[in-house]
Design a protein around this ligand. Structure first.
Ligand SMILES: Nc1ncnc2c1ncn2[C@@H]1O[C@H](COP(=O)(O)OP(=O)(O)O)[C@@H](O)[C@H]1O
Ligand SMILES: [Mg+2]
Length: 266
């Protein structure tokens, strides 16, 4: 059965009269990768939290399949949707393997007892994210990039249908960025639906099927295929500065560069 998350005309404000999302829409569909991009403070993380059901829109709606997202219990929701926050600081001392096993909570019958299947799923997630060698390490002792991959393993262990990832590659080196994006594409072929917030427009251009571009006015500037959304005029409008787009040197994708102010040599 297919799985989709549909946000319609979503508006949201943390404080009265300070709108951070204004009529924003998106469909997150299994079998596709959607990139959510836009300038700092445009509302990307807020939108992802609304899609995850962690915040509720002031206006508009979010539906998971044919039901309002709000009508699902937390546990039910977690079997369909996994959310990876932008940053996380561990409150307890846990090993990497224990962190990954936390992802199994929506499936476990009694808290604390892991089945053989739970252990097998968690072990597979460690291998998928190339973190198996870290399994006995204290999570708190890991580098930012290692943590990011372990947290990805934890939400894979959750075995959801949709992954909502807030800047999943921001702390990764160039090799691991591409490895994680290739893993996401692979998961997408296996039927996962993925939405990811990223500042890396070139990764979005290369690896996303769709891109939602938010502007500084907290509205959608464009939504569509990367080659239609990641254009000089649309990006310049969203970011409020001149952005140029050419052809990627070896991939069939746009290649995005910000220009320096006039006279600075670009
Ligand atoms: N918990 C909060 N309380 C009040 N304002 C917030 C909160 N979280 C985010 N904001 C504000 O909402 C706006 C959008 O934030 P965010 O969704 O994090 O943007 P982005 O992820 O695009 O950088 C920003 O102006 C931010 O300062
Ligand atoms: Mg953010």
């Amino acid at each position: 059965m297919s799985c989709q998350l549909i946000a319609t005309e979503v508006s949201f404000a943390y404080e009265r009269d300070k709108c951070v999302l204004n009529g924003v829409e998106a469909t997150i569909q299994d079998g596709s990768v959607t990139g959510i991009v836009g300038p700092n403070g445009s509302g990307k993380s807020t939108f992802l939290r609304i899609l995850a059901g962690l915040l509720h829109p002031d206006a508009g709606s979010v539906h998971l399949n044919d039901r309002a997202l709000r009508s699902y219990s937390g546990r039910e929701r977690a079997r369909s949707i996994a959310f990876l926050p932008q940053s996380i600081s561990p409150a307890f001392s846990l090993s990497v393997f224990e962190v990954v096993c936390l992802g199994r909570y929506p499936h476990s019958s009694a808290w604390g007892s892991l089945s053989a299947q739970d252990v097998a799923v968690a072990s597979r997630a460690l291998v998928q994210t190339q973190t198996d060698a870290l399994r006995h390490r204290d999570f708190g002792s890991l580098s930012g990039g290692e943590r990011q991959r372990v947290l990805l393993a934890s939400i894979l262990a959750q075995e959801p249908r949709l992954l909502l990832l807030d800047e999943p590659t921001s702390a990764l080196d160039i090799h691991h960025q591409v490895e994680v994006m290739a893993l996401l594409r692979h998961l997408c072929r296996d039927g996962y639906g993925i939405a990811l917030v990223t500042h890396d427009l070139n990764l979005a251009a290369r690896f996303c099927d769709r891109v939602v571009l938010l502007g500084a006015t907290h509205c959608i500037v464009a939504d569509g295929r990367p080659e239609d959304v990641l254009t000089g005029p649309l990006l310049s409008e969203a970011y409020g500065s001149t952005i140029r787009v050419g052809q990627h040197p070896f991939a069939p994708a746009p290649f995005v560069m910000a220009t320096l102010p006039e006279g600075d040599g670009s």
